[in-house]
Design a protein around this ligand. Structure first.
Ligand SMILES: C[S@@+](CC[C@H](N)C(=O)[O-])C[C@H]1O[C@@H](n2cnc3c(N)ncnc32)[C@H](O)[C@@H]1O
Length: 223
């Protein structure tokens, strides 16, 4: 991704990835042809590996689109139930059809609605997940953060995509197209939240469009 990694290095990495089997390869083509934003191929591999290492009991994803990353995760950890939140009805229909085609309808459930409504509801029900993947509207990450933190189980991991936003977070405002300045500012606030949160340890990884990887510390035991 321009301004995050060298194009030649990224091209080298992506050209050496083992292609995914059907239907993920077709989904990649569909997303490319119709400009549907899905995780970058190298980010998908990292996501899958992190799930395999962490072996979560449950996964919560925010931002389904056509269901590509949910299926990547479903293949990586075939016994882990995945709940994925999406507000766009057309995307949901399409995701359901790919999920059926992959035979993963028993593993992946789509929660339809606005994440800013659903996340507080889940938090109120005291649900907790040990693997959270945030890949929704970047401008809302900071507002979602308190709910994500309460939904994350101790020792659970939170992965957020697009946190470098084509490198814009690091640029002076004058170098950012006017329409994107608010998103860049909000993402900088989100980085500060992650780093200042004493319940999390966080690293930012310049892969794809930039991901943050956080682990929630074990619960403190009161003396
Ligand atoms: C980047 S795409 C997700 C891509 C998907 N994770 C993948 O890699 O295959 C973001 C999706 O999140 C949905 N979305 C964005 N903001 C949302 C919100 N606040 N609540 C629910 N869905 C949201 C959009 O409709 C879009 O389909």
């Amino acid at each position: 991704m321009e301004f995050i990694t060298y194009d030649a290095v990224e091209a080298y990495i992506t050209s050496h990835l083992n292609p995914y089997p059907s239907p993920l390869a077709e989904m990649e083509k569909t997303a490319r042809d119709r400009y549907i934003p899905i995780v970058q191929p190298e980010t998908a591999r990292l996501l899958a590996l992190l799930a395999q290492i962490r072996q979560p009991k449950t996964i919560l994803e925010i931002g389904t689109a056509i269901g590509y990353s949910a299926l990547v995760l479903a293949n990586a950890v075939p016994h882990t139930p995945i709940i994925t939140i999406e507000r766009d009805e057309n995307m949901i229909c399409e995701a359901q059809s790919w999920i059926r085609r992959a035979g993963k309808e028993g593993q992946i459930s789509i929660l339809q609605g606005e994440a800013m409504t659903l996340l507080p509801e889940l938090a109120e029900q005291e649900k907790q997940y040990d693997f959270l993947f945030l890949d929704a509207a970047k401008g809302h990450y900071s507002r979602m953060f308190p709910y994500l933190l309460s939904l994350l189980a101790p020792k659970g991991i939170l992965i957020c995509d697009n946190v470098l936003s084509r490198g814009m977070v690091s640029m002076p405002d004058e170098a950012i197209p006017r329409d994107n300045r608010t998103i860049a500012r909000r993402l900088r606030e989100f980085h500060d939240m992650l780093q200042e949160c004493t319940e999390l340890d966080t690293a930012v990884i310049p892969i794809g469009d930039g991901i943050s990887l956080s682990r929630k510390k074990e619960a403190m035991i009161d003396e």
